[in-house]
Design a protein around this ligand. Structure first.
Ligand SMILES: [Zn+2]
Length: 254
């Protein structure tokens, strides 16, 4: 089952990470009509292997916790009645309100992240929450102890601020290795979500997701939400999957 990874829904920010609301609305309408969108809880409870889930299903996740998820994405998700999970950088919810300093191509206006009140309102609307680490550092660049401290802090901050158990982690930039996965387990996470650019071994702490970028039109979305695309991505035939995706992009452009 494809677990899709979006980032921002934002009118003003031109970036591969940011979809305008109208485009996101089209994605949601298409998914509602052509796929069965299930919650990450349903997915996580039934799988560690992305290819084992029923055909035609998909999951929506969002990394980084930008404020556009509340202002722009939430009304669209509710309109189409689609479940979703947001992965929040924990330190952005504390009183220090960590600024967004991890984006390669930030807009001129500083990016805002969700407030605690907005996250709580999204939760009461059915959105589930996971950790996107405490400070969005590259976890593979930290020592195993540092990594465990960052991840444990993220879980404790989110549980304290939001009042629910936090057991899912989306690795910043999808980067993880054996040490990071061990640290994540010790920090209390049961599931870790990646964003592989090449085939990698799968486990409960290395569940692959498929990135959706602003250039992805409906043809690309259709390709990326098929089981055979996932199967190709997780095999040595991965370059073929890339070629197929390129094909989808050309069809969109045409
Ligand atoms: Zn991120």
């Amino acid at each position: 089952m494809p677990i899709l990874c979006y980032h921002a829904v934002d009118e003003a920010w031109r970036s591969p990470l940011a979809l305008p609301a109208a485009v996101f609305d089209q994605h949601c309408a298409w998914l509602r009509a052509h796929r069965r969108v299930v919650s990450l809880a349903d997915a996580a409870n039934t799988m560690t292997d992305a290819s084992r889930l029923p055909r035609g299903t998909a999951v929506l996740t969002f990394d980084d916790g930008f404020q556009g998820l509340y202002t722009d994405a939430l009304p669209i998700l509710l309109k189409h009645r689609l479940p979703a999970t947001i992965f929040v950088v924990a330190d952005t919810l504390t009183s220090t309100q960590r600024p967004v300093d991890w984006i390669d191509d930030p807009p001129t206006e500083p990016l805002k992240t969700l407030s605690r009140a907005q996250v709580l309102e999204m939760m009461s609307a059915g959105i589930t929450v996971g950790s996107h680490s405490n400070t969005h550092r590259d976890l593979t660049a930290l020592s195993e102890d540092e990594c465990e401290r960052d991840l444990r802090a993220s879980r404790e901050v989110l549980e304290d601020q939001l009042g629910v158990p936090i057991r899912w982690l989306a690795y910043p930039r999808g980067r993880h290795d054996e040490r990071v996965r061990r640290a994540a387990a010790r920090a209390g996470f049961t599931h870790g979500f990646a964003l592989p650019e090449a085939p990698e071994p799968m486990s409960a702490l290395a569940i692959p997701r498929v990135g959706i970028w602003s250039h992805d039109g409906l043809s690309a979305l259709r390709v990326k939400t098929t089981n055979w695309y996932l199967a190709l991505r997780s095999s040595r035939a991965y370059p073929l999957a890339r070629a197929v995706r390129q094909l989808g992009r050309r069809r969109v452009a045409a």
